[in-house]
Design a protein around this ligand. Structure first.
Ligand SMILES: [Zn+2]
Ligand SMILES: [Zn+2]
Length: 263
């Protein structure tokens, strides 16, 4: 049992960071820069939690930010909870306003990501992702046995639930709070932030989507930012965007003045 829990916890942490640091803050928002090998390290950790093609993920996510909480948002709960949760993931093709060659040009140039995208055939790229994920667990089974393989598989499936849940919960205003006034419904939700390694500070993120940091107060624990900061200290980061170093303008402040920029 201890073996199972240790493998599950370590796998959850690594695959979760693969999604938050790799897929989200690095690929989708380019909030920091690092060597290609480091990028692949995080992205493949994310890929191994059933996240699907990185180009598809980033295209959908950039469309979410661009059209947030409007009818063109791929997963706003304003237009149905089921669609916001998993309905959007079941589409076999991109919607008309989403084009990877426009919204994810930078990723389309990468031959590895282009291969995983399989020419935009979403059904095939999802099947490829599932096959590689299962193959990875079979390798773990062969070397470490069924307990490790099962723990890794369940951790991957658990991590998959993070963005699916976040898309819904962090866009329902009554479930969280805002540091920043915004026209969209994004809110900060503490328990999502804990489960999703900082991604639950979603109102902060929608206000500063290009920032590698989403936790803006000492109590807003942002594990992904701590990892990116550690990478920076190790010399693995060549550029980093930090919203806390930007000067907040007065109209970005809510009445409670929670926002405290460092300079
Ligand atoms: Zn959002
Ligand atoms: Zn984002």
């Amino acid at each position: 049992m201890i073996d199972f829990l240790v493998v599950f916890a370590v796998s959850y942490l690594l695959h979760g960071l693969g999604v938050t640091v790799g897929y989200h803050r690095l690929l989708s928002h380019r909030s920091f820069s690092c060597p290609k090998l480091v990028e692949y390290f995080w992205v493949f950790l994310g890929y191994l939690s059933f996240e699907g093609s990185p180009i598809w993920w980033a295209t959908i996510h950039r469309a979410h930010h661009h059209h947030v909480d409007t009818p063109l948002d791929p997963h706003s709960p304003r237009y149905g909870l089921r669609k916001a949760h998993i309905g959007w993931i079941l589409r076999e093709s991109y919607e008309a306003h989403m084009d990877p060659y426009k919204q994810a040009k930078d990723l389309v140039r990468d031959p590895v990501y282009r291969f995983l995208e399989l020419n935009g055939n979403l059904l095939h790229s999802h099947l490829l992702s599932y096959a590689i994920n299962i193959g990875f667990r079979l390798i773990i089974f062969a070397y470490f046995g069924w307990v490790a393989a099962l723990a890794s598989l369940l951790a991957g499936i658990a991590v998959l639930q993070i963005p699916l849940m976040l898309n819904v919960v962090c866009h329902i205003p009554r479930l969280g709070y805002k540091n920043f006034q915004s026209k969209d419904d994004s809110v900060n939700v503490w328990w999502v932030a804990l489960l999703a390694m900082g991604e639950g500070w979603h109102n902060n993120h929608h206000t500063y989507p290009g920032s590698a940091r989403t936790g803006m107060h000492p109590f807003e624990i942002d594990v992904s930012w701590l990892v990116i900061s550690l990478m920076d200290k190790l010399g693995l980061v060549s550029r980093i965007n930090d919203a806390a170093k930007l000067k907040a303008t007065s109209n970005e402040l809510t009445k409670n003045k929670r926002w405290r920029p460092s300079n």
